[in-house]
Design a binder for this molecule. Structure first.
Ligand SMILES: Cc1ncc(COP(=O)(O)O)c(C=O)c1O
Length: 391
């Protein structure tokens, strides 16, 4: 069975440079907070990684707060901003979140509503999956003093739709409200310049760009006040206490440097793979429907729905053929639930159960697309039969 890995948006294979940087850093003995020579050596590796992350993403090294990944960065951004803003003024209770956030943001917003006096207001998206910045303006105009923060994903992890994040940030800032941006899927696939974007907190993750799982960072705009989630020592400007994971930082930074450097060429290459896959699947499978193909979207994600098929069977049969794809978000893969993202885009719930995401990255090749196109017609026929609507 050929192994065709088309699930880079879930996790991308470790890059060799990341393994090497990780292992080299792991051989450095010393707690990076210690003042002796060994500690200073470890600190040097950590600060070098911080500088590389900052240079790759267009921010200052002081803005980089290393975390255990994207989920923790989203939690720190939302909890941190909410507690600081609400603590200053308890009337600031509303959190405006787009309808297409990752569960790391929706779950955190739900926890804030359940336990911290927050009220979650969902910003709807159009059938193209995009939020309209005018809706953000309108939601803020209804009472800017009642809004604690806005959360807007940069590029969706499921369909890959790119949001008008700069306009959303501008709208929120006009009302004096901070913005958290989840840039986990944008990094390595879109040009990312954090200072130019101007968002107050930005979440990034290592393993989506070929770094170690459980690495990542929250990028915090200078002057932004955040309450830490964890308490302890003063590490990471007091925002993320705990002994520095120096090898993790180094592996993450090395992967990020390579991914960002390769991005302009890779974006073109992966976009061509995506388009060839979409065109081939549409030709082979009656009823297959690329999701919002006219909206700005990531070059690395090909997303389709197969309204005549049983969604779970599709993924199972693809897996059986040696092809790793996804229902869109690993968090609900395997569960026959309609995708909240597709529902938010106005898709009927039956169709919203049939989304398939093929996502590309640094190891993807034309051969991967060939492998999908070789089997997709047969796979879809069988998944149609499973849905009980075979012709
Ligand atoms: C958009 C988005 N945000 C956050 C996360 C969570 O990142 P991590 O797996 O590093 O916790 C993911 C990964 O699933 C993601 O795709």
């Amino acid at each position: 069975v050929p192994e065709v890995y088309l699930d880079h948006a879930a996790t991308s294979p470790l890059r060799r440079v990341a393994v090497e940087a990780y292992l080299t850093a792991a051989a450095v003995t010393g707690n990076a907070s210690a003042t002796h020579r060994a500690g200073r050596a470890a600190r040097g590796v950590a600060e070098n990684a911080r500088q590389e992350v900052a240079d790759s993403l267009g921010c200052h090294p002081e803005d980089v707060i290393f975390t255990s990944g994207g989920t923790e960065a989203d939690n720190l951004g939302l909890f941190g901003l909410f507690r600081a803003r609400h603590g200053d003024d308890p009337r600031r209770r509303r959190i405006l979140v787009t309808a297409v956030e990752h569960s790391a943001v929706t779950g955190t917003a739900a926890a804030l509503q359940a336990r911290e006096d927050a009220i979650v207001d969902v910003l709807p998206v159009g059938t193209d999956g995009r939020v309209d910045p005018d809706r953000v303006d309108a939601a803020l105009a209804a009472g800017p003093g009642s809004v604690a923060l806005v959360a807007c994903i940069w590029a969706g992890n499921e369909v890959g739709t790119v949001q008008p994040v700069a306009e959303v940030v501008a709208a929120a800032h006009r009302a004096g409200v901070p913005v958290h941006v989840d840039a986990v899927q944008a990094v390595g696939t879109l040009p990312v310049d954090v200072v130019a974007l101007g968002a107050d907190t930005v979440a990034v993750s290592g393993h989506k760009v070929g770094g170690p799982i459980r690495s990542g960072a929250l990028l915090v705009r200078p002057g932004t006040v955040l309450e830490p989630l964890l308490h302890g020592g003063g590490h990471e400007r007091g925002l993320r206490p705990g002994t520095l994971d120096v090898p993790g930082f180094a592996g993450f930074a090395a992967a990020l440097v390579e991914a960002v450097h390769a991005r302009p060429v890779e974006a073109v290459r992966l976009g061509a793979l995506r388009d060839r896959l979409l065109g081939g699947v549409v030709a082979a499978v009656p009823g297959a429907r690329p999701t919002a193909p006219d909206a700005p979207r990531l070059p690395s994600i090909a997303h389709l729905t197969f309204p005549r098929c049983d969604g779970e069977s599709l993924l199972f049969l693809l897996d059986d053929a040696g092809i790793a794809a996804s229902a869109g978000s690993a968090c609900h893969a395997g569960l026959l639930r309609p995708s909240p993202v597709l529902l938010a885009m106005g898709r009927p719930s039956a169709e919203a159960r049939t989304g398939v995401r093929f996502s590309f990255g640094h190891t993807s090749t034309d051969g991967d697309v060939d492998a999908v196109l070789a089997v997709i017609g047969e796979v879809a026929l069988r998944a149609e039969a499973a849905a009980g609507v075979a012709a």
